[in-house]
Design a protein around this ligand. Structure first.
Ligand SMILES: O=c1nc[nH]c2c1ncn2[C@H]1C[C@H](O)[C@@H](COP(=O)(O)OP(=O)(O)OP(=O)(O)O)O1
Ligand SMILES: [Mg+2]
Length: 211
């Protein structure tokens, strides 16, 4: 019975991770399944630092295979903000709606041509032996002028991925999970998991190729 612990409290993110992880693990648990109220302070300056901190904190407690996802939205017109502060952009206890409202307000005078942005996802995986692996995925797009769609979570209702005219929240779950920043980071992670857990792939084990 192979377990994976996912160091997240975000329901939407947890669901996507369960859809994206594949069948390397029999059981995928998140912090939402734990009785204890584990709280990790995300004080890193980069997605990489925060993902590593989340993964190490949980691995240190349970010594089981552990995955952390640190992600966020970088808006070109704002010099990359909110970036690593995406979750806390409108204060610690704000809702997704409040974060979206604040971002739209900040961008109210920015024309469509200048509303480029990207979602970034950094995954850190620590295996049962304590080895650390990291992957990253980026998805470019535009910030819309008003929220549209009901699917997904977070900033999905205002993010229009490149090549589309609808928001992430208007896409079917499966479609978002084919093209998102998280999907791209998972494609690389799954190559690594394939090498760690299916030794018969015949490929050499050089995880740094996937950074
Ligand atoms: O696909 C996405 N679609 C919409 N919004 C997204 C996405 N991916 C990240 N985001 C937003 C949510 C949150 O405002 C921030 C991530 O912050 P981040 O610290 O990584 O996650 P979190 O605090 O919500 O949960 P946790 O740290 O427990 O995993 O970027
Ligand atoms: Mg967080």
């Amino acid at each position: 019975m192979k377990k994976l612990l996912v160091a997240t409290r975000n329901k939407g993110k947890a669901q996507e991770i369960k859809n994206l992880i594949g069948d390397f693990f029999d059981d995928v648990l998140t912090l939402l399944d734990f009785a204890e109220n584990i709280h990790i302070i995300e004080d890193g300056k980069t997605f990489e630092e925060n993902a590593l901190k989340k993964a190490k904190s949980i691995y240190g407690l349970y010594r089981l295979p552990t995955l952390a996802d640190d992600s966020g939205l970088e808006v070109d017109a704002l010099g990359g903000r909110p970036g690593v502060y995406s979750a806390r952009y409108a204060g610690d206890n704000a809702t997704d709606e409040e974060r979206i409202k604040k971002l739209l307000e900040e961008l109210k005078d920015v024309p469509y041509e200048k509303r480029d942005a990207q979602f970034v996802c950094v995954l850190v995986f620590i295996d049962e032996n304590g080895r650390v692996y990291q992957t990253k995925g980026v998805c470019r797009g535009k910030i819309g002028f008003e929220p549209r769609g009901e699917n997904g979570f977070g900033y999905d209702p205002i993010f229009i991925p490149e090549g589309y005219s609808v928001t992430f929240a208007e896409l079917e779950t499966d479609e978002k999970n084919r093209i998102s920043h998280r999907a791209r980071a998972f494609e690389k992670l799954k190559m690594i998991l394939g090498e760690i857990y299916n030794e018969d792939t015949g490929t050499e084990r050089h995880p740094w190729n996937y950074l």
